[in-house]
Write a protein that binds this ligand. Structure first.
Ligand SMILES: [Zn+2]
Ligand SMILES: [Zn+2]
Length: 228
């Protein structure tokens, strides 16, 4: 993996922009295709949704490129060794981002930012997968900024970062599936019941006063904003 990172260092900026845009575009295509596979009914996306989704992809590419530049200039450090630290790093990234995004999400709901920024995402009462990318630019850059700030704290392991990014997309897709793939029994299992399921985020779109969390319901349970 260290070789791949070193290879990126020697590529011209234009090639990097192209690679990062293709990577973000591929993630979007996989999310939209997976969503169609899970959902039994039919739905289509409006041209407005496609435009906003495209813009979010460009902004996510800007965040990716900014992260690359920060790494290149040693503002962000990345470890590439394979060790048990990968598990600890992943758990830290998972719970730290869960808390940071909860705080960010709660603030944009409780201030003027809801009307000016976050309402765009909430125009969808019954979300579908494209809503994961129907975000106001401030929101897309806000989540990306939180991620880059967290990466500045410590030299996280590259494999933990990659697993975290995959898990992040899976939770984002789950929250906007428009249906619940997990049987109720599974959702009630110890530990699983604290995770942010499709139903959990779907309820947030139906009633904006509850379920501000993303990966877990821990912070909503503590603040009494949890809706089963
Ligand atoms: Zn919200
Ligand atoms: Zn949502």
């Amino acid at each position: 993996m260290g070789n791949v990172l070193d290879y990126l260092l020697h590529l011209p900026a234009l090639a990097l922009w192209f690679i990062f845009l293709a990577e973000n575009g591929l993630i979007t295509i996989l999310v939209l295709l997976s969503g169609k596979l899970f959902y039994k009914g039919s739905y289509s996306y409006t041209s407005r949704e496609w435009v906003i989704c495209g813009l979010t992809n460009i902004l996510n590419t800007v965040v990716t490129y900014a992260g690359f530049l920060m790494w290149k200039h040693d503002i962000i450090s990345i470890a590439t060794d394979v060790s048990w630290i990968i598990i600890l790093d992943f758990l830290f990234l998972f719970f730290a981002m869960d808390l940071l995004m909860f705080i960010f999400h709660y603030i944009i709901h409780k201030t003027f930012l809801f009307k000016d920024v976050h309402q765009l995402h909430h125009q969808s009462i019954n979300p579908t997968p494209i809503d994961l990318f129907v975000l106001h630019p401030v929101e897309a850059l806000g989540f990306g900024g939180l991620w880059l700030i967290l990466l500045m704290l410590y030299a996280f392991n590259i494999y933990a970062v990659m697993v975290y990014l995959i898990v992040n997309v899976i939770f984002g897709l789950a929250g906007h599936l428009g249906m619940e793939p997990l049987p109720e029994k599974v959702r009630g299992l110890p530990l699983v019941k604290y995770l942010g399921t499709s139903t959990f985020h779907h309820h947030h779109h139906q009633d904006i006063h509850y379920n501000f969390g993303f990966y877990t319901s821990i912070w909503d349970r503590i603040l009494s904003t949890y809706k089963k």
